[in-house]
Each structure stands twice: as C-alpha cells, then as structure tokens.
Design a protein around this ligand. Structure first.
Ligand code: PNS
Length: 164
C-alpha cells in the first residue's frame, strides 16, 4: 500500500464492466486513495450520461472505502493537479490498447510532469471484454450477466432498450 499517494483511475465507463472493476479493485489495494474519474473521450459518443455512469460505478464498489467516484469534464492532467494526485492507473487488455494508452500517458506527463501513468494488465478472463460489446449484446436481448455485476444489469438493459 502506498500510504501517501492519491491515484486516479480515469475512463469513459460507458458502462462500467467487470474488466474495469477488476482494475479499480486492484488499484484500490495499492494506494491510500483512488479516485475513479468519469471523463470525456472526444472520440466516443457515450450512451449513458456522466451522472448515470458515476451512479453505475458507485453501485458496484460499495465495499471499497478508499475509492471515490467523480465526473470531470476538463483535462485529466488538470484534475490530477487540482486534487494532488500523482498516479494515473490504466488497464491494458492487449497490444491494440497500447499505442493509444502510450500516447495518452506521454501527453498527460507533458501537461502535468508530477503525474505518472501506471498500467495494470487485465485479468485473463477480461481480455476480450469491452463496454461496446456489453451495449451491443444488451441491445440485441443477449445475456450480459457474465460481463457486468447483477447490481447494474437491469439499469443497463433499461437504459439501452429505452434509447432505441
Ligand atoms: O475509457 P477510455 O475512453 O479509453 O478513456 C479515455 C479517457 C476518458 C481517460 C481520456 O479520453 C481522458 O483522459 N479524457 C479527459 C480529457 C483529457 O485529459 N484528454 C487528454 C488525454 S491525453
């Protein structure tokens, strides 16, 4: 446990999946405080509002006392400076994630030299898992129980089916 470090775990989380929750849980065990930041990715059109995404995550992390969930609309590097965070935690699934994540890590370092990006390798069972897959399966009436916790399964189905 890193007693003095506040870390950020940023993402779109549209919606949160077991893959994200695995990274959040493992990172929570490594730092004094972990802030899950629901942020905007300009290249993605999100299905859930930021407030909905925050609520879905909160429902899944009730046992993690050192984890906070926030929505932030600006640059992640600025948010890190604002709250004194010095680490950004990202999950890596495959090489296909790497180039994009590497670019973001270098950009964030340039914008805020006090912050280091650390990568956690995804657990093997989540290698293939993505929020877009979950949305696609839910929209076609498939079973998403293997991908998201039961606490939020119905919320996701309701939201996706009312959006159609
Ligand atoms: O889950 P994602 O979509 O891969 O997460 C990407 C995210 C939201 C973490 C990234 O787009 C981000 O940090 N957005 C906030 C705005 C910002 O700081 N952009 C510059 C990042 S290099």
């Amino acid at each position: 446990m890193n007693e003095n470090i506040t870390a950020l775990c940023p993402g779109s989380f549209d919606p949160v999946t077991y893959g994200h929750l695995d990274i959040i849980t493992r990172a929570a065990g490594m730092f004094k405080k972990l802030i899950v930041v629901v942020a905007s990715n300009s290249s993605k059109n999100c299905c859930f509002t930021p407030e909905e995404r925050v609520e879905l995550i909160k429902k899944c992390i009730t046992g993690l006392d050192n984890v906070e969930v926030v929505h932030y609309d600006g640059l992640l590097a600025d948010y890190a400076a604002k709250v004194g965070a010095t680490a950004i935690i990202k999950g890596l699934r495959a090489m296909s994630d790497f180039e994009y994540e590497f670019q973001m890590a270098l950009t964030n370092k340039e914008l805020n030299p006090n912050v280091e990006t650390l990568f956690l390798t995804t657990s093997a069972q989540n290698m293939y898992l993505s929020s877009s897959m979950v949305k696609q399966i839910a929209s076609m009436g498939g079973n998403i129980s293997h991908f998201v916790p039961s606490e939020i399964k119905q919320d996701i189905i309701n939201r996706i089916t009312t959006k159609k």
